[in-house]
Ligand binder design. Structure first.
Ligand code: 8YV
Length: 321
């Protein structure tokens, strides 16, 4: 029998990450990449020292209460941790970590792609080419909104929000932001701070959401707040679907209050609100913010660095509880 710690890995991870797992641990890998039901996950965790989950595993208070006593750590392959009940883990003495920083560039890239794609009606253009319905050029054909020089409002000026601001400055955008606390001037780089979402929104030709999903940010973008945006604003979300009230956003896209939305994250993924699919002014991606080869490897290695530290009795770099 191996004396290596036993680790349950809930989803298939990049090859280099699985190689390291197999070298250093008695790893229970998920070759089929099927999403385990909660009771299956609890069963598979029997005798394991740690779990490496993704955001697809809902480790709520009930599941955490039923995990075997052997589990000492949950080292998530994600920066977001809304899928893990931290107080429940803490109460059981289970250490929880995430993978910050390593996916900020990739996520900001997707936010910029969504912003540009929504503003320039990329979905409709793509559709016309692929369905062979592009008939001719005209001076008023497929008119979108110019991005350069416009105002970008950022909700949540953490790592991803700050990189998004830097990328947007490349388009001469003027940056406004809301964050719980104001950034120091060397990080703010001239961006205008708003101490409430309500005061930010009227300044947003484009709004990009980068805050975590918490009970406080649930439905942060609702009908009342959408009404505060300028007419023809564009909304981009690469954070979590829960931050947006889908019915309110769809109504505003349908009525023409908003010009378009670019979304990579949704409530109830992958069974998203069907209203988004029916609209032409949405540019939709399937939660691929961090999906680059480089970033997925880096996320895996960061999760394993945390796991190595915990198993060696050291403090992990990214401890949440
Ligand atoms: C990941 C993410 O793909 O890390 C996060 O929080 O939202 C995504 O970029 C996913 O969560 C991995 O578990």
């Amino acid at each position: 029998m191996s004396d290596k710690p036993v680790v349950l890995v809930t989803r298939k991870l990049p090859a280099a990450v699985e190689e390291r797992l197999q070298r250093d641990y008695d790893a229970r890998l998920n070759g089929s990449d099927r999403i385990y039901r909660s009771d299956e996950l609890i069963e598979l965790a029997k005798g394991a020292d740690a779990i490496v989950p993704c955001h697809t595993e809902k480790l709520n208070a009930d599941v955490i209460a039923r995990l075997p006593d052997s589990i000492r750590a949950i080292t998530s392959f994600s920066v977001g941790f809304d899928h893990i009940d931290l107080p429940a883990a803490k109460a059981r003495g289970i250490i929880v970590t995430n993978t910050p920083e390593v996916l900020s560039d990739a996520t900001a890239e997707i936010a910029m792609l969504l912003l540009l794609g929504a503003a320039r009606r990329a979905y409709e253009g793509e559709q016309q080419i692929r369905s062979d319905s592009w008939s001719d050029w005209s001076a008023t054909y497929q008119l979108g909104l110019q991005v350069s020089g416009k105002r970008l409002g950022i909700v949540g000026m953490g790592r991803v929000g700050q990189i998004m601001a830097r990328r947007a400055r490349g388009f001469d955008m003027q940056i406004h932001y809301y964050n719980r606390s104001r950034l120091p001037p060397d990080l703010e780089l001239g961006a205008r701070y708003h101490n409430a979402v309500e005061s930010l929104l009227p300044h947003c030709d484009f709004l990009s959401i980068h805050c975590p999903a918490t009970p406080e940010t649930r439905h942060l973008l609702n009908a009342e707040r959408i009404a505060l945006l300028p007419d023809d604003a564009v909304v981009v979300n690469t954070a979590r679907g829960a931050v947006v009230d889908d019915d309110a956003l769809i109504a505003a896209l349908r009525s023409g209050k908003l010009f378009a939305a670019g979304l990579d994250v949704f409530n109830d993924e992958p069974r998203i609100h069907p209203g988004y699919r029916e609209l032409k002014n949405t540019f939709l991606l399937p939660h691929i913010g961090s999906a680059t080869r480089e970033t997925r490897d880096a996320m895996g290695f960061r999760a394993l660095d945390n796991l190595d530290a915990i198993m060696a009795g050291r403090e992990p770099r990214d401890r949440l509880v």
